[in-house]
Write a protein that binds this ligand. Sequence first.
Ligand code: SAH
Length: 248
Amino acid sequence: MDIPRIFNIAESAHLIHNPFTSEKLATLGAALRMEKGTRILDLASGSGEMLCTWARDYGIIGTGIDLSQLYTKQAKLRAEKLGVADKVRFIHGDATGYVSKEKVDVAACVGATWIAGGAMGTVRLLAQSLRPGGIILIGEPYWRQLPQTEDIARGCLANSISDFLILPKLIASFGHIGYDVVEMVLADQDSWDRYEAASWFTMRRWLEANPGDEFAKEVREKLTSAPESYVTYTREYVGWGVFALMAR
Ligand code: SAH
């Protein structure tokens, strides 16, 4: 049980598997005004950077679940490195339909809302693990500018234009299902570059270290096309942000 290998290769050196820098992650943590001991559930926790740094900086207690064995292993190592292994735990597994036994203060899914059929489904899933008055965190893409054609949407690695909303519509959609948006931190083109461009260097290094690997052809093709494709499409068209929600 794991994610497609290309991600485990291309993002193996990423601490954050999203278009967020560590500064933006810290900004979000500060914006949430969390007290020591705040309990956080993080579905699709990646390499654990959010829980680990927030445990170090704010004394939160967290559980993360992720489908990537590699990222989960990296998350555990990161927790040890930051001295927070007693505050956070990381479970390798499928977060689809996951509801925690004990209610948490913050329930998050940052950049993996396909686990519950989209952002709104993920809000409903996370709400089942949340204490009354708790905060839901959703990390989600949106269109910075609406693509004129479906080809452009596919260039942005979306299946179609309808996969994402423009930001005003995304914000409104949280209201439509009964939630206040109480905070948000948005990616920008520079933080997108940290996410995307970092994967090119990682792929190049991987190719040099694994020339005979059966997967080398696929990685080579991706590295050849990714930079030009990214600056043509995703960098211009796709925004991304983390939205903090509280039930009305
Ligand atoms: N929230 C993390 C990771 C976001 S990238 C961060 O911000 O760094 C998306 C993550 O979803 C990857 O770590 C991937 O392994 C994970 N993932 C994909 N499908 C999943 C599933 N069904 N259950 C749990 N994790 C999943």
